[in-house]
Design a protein around this ligand. Structure first.
Ligand SMILES: Cc1ncc(COP(=O)(O)O)c(C=O)c1O
Length: 418
């Protein structure tokens, strides 16, 4: 989103005009930003056989997945339903990596039978695969390296106390079970967490993966998961992709020499690809003074963007209606009947009821974590592509909210048609 002639624009389209056309609250994504991020990741790793698998959980709209596919990106999913959306977007089963976290055996079977690449996350799962299918399905192994990294504890997945992956200390047991059933191991994977504070963590992960690789001669890929840090504040640290590319590529090339073959180097970015592209536009319902604060209350809340409340995440806020107004201090809150504070004591250009605010960096884990709490509709979604805004998710209706609810006759209540 750029400020040009006192107007916020996305690819030259006036953001207020988008709000007018599609209504509020609204998620707006800039396709150019996504394409730019894919390009910088690729050019940083141009010396290795890089495969990008977009982590679909960050933003799962079918049009976003289509854009990823159009850009030559593969996909990583955590549920069969995410995989189905990927199939709707045109991904071939072989382009889909399925990473369960203790998912039901019936779902794992479905994923295997649909031809997705399974990334096994536990010894009991490997045992079950061996017992049921013998050597029929090649697997990748999700390893827990016992490395604590990530923006905050909730998004750290590779420490010793985490539920994720197979502990690296079980190395011998993993080998024993895969050998017992002849399960082909084609990939090794570690996802240690999101928002690494130190890019060198990827090198620590590399040590674990390269060491373990000596147990498995038939590997096709090594997957470093994600952990790319994006900039939520202007002065935030962000992963230096060029530096990371140089360091990790060098380590990977020398590993491939030792291994005797060139393997694929995979990453699974979510945030890196979609966070910056996304803007949550919300309208100001009320500006309310109290003895201690001036609250700006918007027609959105934790039901649309939960990151500030769940992870104490900072999201920049723009007053799209009044970019050059005098700055005042506001506490920006939602309309949900919970404490859903987006920002405390934030300097914003003068805010009036009816203004449109934009919550920045909202593309990742924004809509995909949205809910209907308080019986509120989730926002509509728009993608700006080649200079034109396209509706990619309709605004919900009351029928959407009550679909699936069953009015049981035994309660014998009178139903009012609304
Ligand atoms: C297995 C796996 N891969 C990739 C990602 C993407 O992480 P990020 O959005 O930080 O890039 C996640 C997110 O938690 C994940 O669980």
């Amino acid at each position: 989103m750029q400020l040009t002639n006192q107007t916020y624009q996305i690819q030259g389209v006036n953001v207020l005009a988008i709000a007018d056309e599609f209504g509020l609250p609204l998620y707006v994504y800039d396709a150019d930003k996504i394409i730019e991020k894919i390009g910088s990741l690729r050019s940083s790793f141009s010396g290795v056989n890089l495969k990008i698998k977009y982590a679909a959980k960050a933003l799962t709209n079918v049009s976003i997945l289509k854009l990823m596919r159009q850009q030559g990106v593969d996909i990583e999913v955590v549920s069969v339903n995410e995989a189905r959306i990927a199939r709707m977007a045109g991904f071939e089963p072989a382009q889909i990596m399925y990473t369960p976290s203790g998912n039901a055996w019936s779902e794992i079977q479905e994923a295997l039978e649909m031809g997705f690449q399974l990334n096994a996350d536990s010894l009991p799962l490997l045992e079950q695969i061996g017992q049921t299918y013998g050597n029929r399905y090649p697997v990748a192994l999700r390893i827990n390296p016992n490395i604590a990294e990530g923006g905050n504890f909730k998004i750290q997945t590779g420490h010793g106390d985490s539920k994720f992956g197979i502990p690296y200390s079980y190395r011998e047991q993993i080998k024993a079970v895969t050998e017992q059933y002849g399960i082909p191991v084609v990939g090794l994977h570690i996802h240690t967490g999101s928002d690494f504070k130190d890019g060198n963590t990827f090198l620590k992960i590399a040590d674990v993966l390269f060491d373990l690789a000596t147990d498995y001669p038939d590997l096709q890929f090594i997957d470093f998961g994600s952990g790319f840090k994006v900039r939520y504040r202007e002065d935030d640290y962000a992963t230096d992709l060029a530096e990371l590319g140089t360091k990790v590529s060098a380590a990977f090339r020398s590993f491939c020499d030792r291994y005797g073959r060139e393997l694929e180097l995979c990453f699974e970015p979510g945030k890196l690809l979609v966070s910056e592209s996304g803007h949550l536009l919300a309208g100001v319902n009320v500006v309310k003074e109290t003895p201690t604060r001036t609250f700006v209350q918007v027609d959105s809340g934790l039901n649309h963007l939960i990151r500030p409340m769940m992870y104490d995440a900072y999201h920049d806020i723009k007053n799209v209606s009044n970019p050059s107004g005098d700055e005042k201090t506001y506490t920006v809150v939602g309309y949900i009947c919970e404490t859903d504070t987006f920002a405390t004591d934030r300097a914003l250009p003068d805010v009036q009821a009816g203004d449109v605010l934009s919550f920045e960096n909202a593309g990742a884990y924004g809509f995909s974590m949205a809910s209907n709490y308080n019986a509120r509709f989730r926002p509509a979604e728009v993608l700006v592509y080649e200079g034109k805004p396209y509706l990619i998710r309709q605004r919900e209706t009351f029928e959407d909210l009550v679909r699936g609810q069953v009015d049981v006759a035994v309660l014998n209540s009178e139903v009012i048609d609304v």
